[in-house]
Design a protein around this ligand. Structure first.
Ligand code: ATP
Ligand code: MG
Length: 399
């Protein structure tokens, strides 16, 4: 009897600790997301202008080299803000149906090629269930987990990856914070140094790292991102470790039900025509930049500062028989009508409108399932000329 009560107390304490930890991570996430949002907008303008300046400098000028260096630094900064956004409360998953088993195997193959580490994929007897998940975010999660496993085994060793279909009903599994239902479990087990007990409460914190890689310390982002992404997919992540023996990280993601629309893929051939594009963006610098980039791609561009103006311009253009071929709408504006409302009004009059939603940071469902809201494509800021070109190809392709 005493034993059972003790167990319950321990379980309760563990759950309380987990709850506290989750609250702490959520608060850091809000802060990180805010900073990343502002930084992202600035970065977008810096990167775009470097892009444009590069195009204008002809010949072997020294300035080209400086611009290239600046661009490289911007790309690293972009990676960093992206990590913050993924970690923060923004960066909602853009989901498609996928097989985690296939995804993890392809990541292991890529990450472990040329290392001292070998790996095995242990399996389910039945085919592994699919999940509805953000492929990019899942890629980040499992790349981080496999990198951690490699880094824990400096002399090499074996990483065992296993997938399992799990049905949770009623009792749950060992005090885990998962609702009933079907889950895909993926575990990554290593034979490495393990994690000391005293570090366990901190391993999911951003910037918590015990690694020193030459002059560059580990960022401590791998598990922070994994935790946040998996929570956003209504799953959970568990870490079990025995110092000196190894670590097993298990991830549970809800299994997919039924068919659902996969994201469009494939790149139609791009011929830059003088097509007309309407851009709605409330901030001046990004607005001018998007206009410049689109004009560079050969489009004719009109701009609006907020939704109402965009809707008016769209209707005027239809009236005069010079309809826009596509619109790019900013999701969130500080003053006036936002992109969501604007697309509703535009689509009411022109159900065939081709619309791109653009935003750097948003919890809005639009950024995750754009088709439901009347948009055909999501363009995440900061984007460069190439990403804009691909978006235009996708949206205008075949017309
Ligand atoms: N498989 C593992 N074996 C041993 N320790 C681990 C393992 N995974 C995580 N850790 C511990 O947790 C810490 C945080 O891991 P995390 O992946 O978040 O950051 P990092 O690997 O240090 O840096 P980054 O992932 O940003 O390169 C690590 O520094 C390490 O101490
Ligand atoms: Mg890591």
């Amino acid at each position: 009897m005493f034993g059972i009560e003790r167990m319950r107390d321990e379980d309760l304490k563990k759950l309380e600790d987990e709850l506290l930890n989750a609250k702490k991570l959520e608060a850091i996430g809000v802060l990180a997301g805010g900073i990343a949002h502002d930084f992202n907008n600035l970065l977008f303008v810096i990167m775009g202008n470097i892009n444009m300046a590069q195009l204008k400098i002809e010949g072997e000028y020294l300035a080209r080299r400086h611009l290239m260096e600046a661009e490289k630094a911007c790309l690293r900064a972009k990676d960093l803000t992206q990590k913050f956004i993924t970690f923060s409360s923004g960066g909602g998953p853009v989901k498609s149906r996928l097989s985690l088993r296939e995804l993890v195997a392809s990541i292991a193959e890529l990450v472990l090629r040329g290392t001292l580490t070998s790996w095995e994929l242990k399996g389910t007897e039945q085919p592994s269930w699919d999940v509805e998940a953000d492929e990019n975010q899942m890629r980040q999660v499992f790349t981080g987990l496999i990198e951690n496993a490699v880094e824990a085994m400096s002399k090499g060793g074996l990483i065992s990856i296993a997938t399992e279909n799990v049905q949770i009903d009623g009792a749950g599994i060992g005090g885990m914070d998962l609702g009933d239902g079907r889950y895909v479990k993926v575990s990554v087990a290593d034979e490495g140094i393990g994690i000391p007990e005293e570090n366990m409460p901190n391993i999911f914190d951003p910037y918590f790292s015990t690694k020193y890689r030459g002059s560059q310390k580990g960022m401590g982002f791998g598990l922070a991102i994994a935790h946040s992404v998996i929570k956003k997919h209504n799953g959970t992540i568990k870490v079990e470790s025995i110092p000196g023996r190894g670590t097993t990280v298990s991830v549970f993601i809800p299994a997919a039900e039924g068919e659902c629309g996969a994201l469009r893929s494939g790149r139609p051939y791009f011929t830059p025509p003088r097509k007309r594009i309407l851009v709605m963006e409330d901030e001046e610098m990004p607005r001018e930049l998007i206009q410049t980039m689109l004009e560079h791609l050969g489009f004719e561009v009109d701009t609006a500062q907020e939704g109402r103006e965009a809707v008016e311009l769209y209707f005027q253009a239809m009236d005069t028989g010079r309809s826009y071929d596509a619109v790019i709408l900013d999701l969130a504006v500080k003053v006036g009508m936002d992109g969501k409302e604007a697309i509703g009004k535009i689509r009411y009059l022109d159900p065939k409108v081709r619309a791109i939603v653009s935003s750097g940071y948003s919890k809005e469902a639009i950024m995750t399932s754009c088709a439901d809201s009347g948009f055909s494509y999501v363009l995440k800021k900061p984007y460069d000329l190439e990403a804009l070109k691909v978006a235009m190809e996708q949206v205008l392709g075949g017309c």
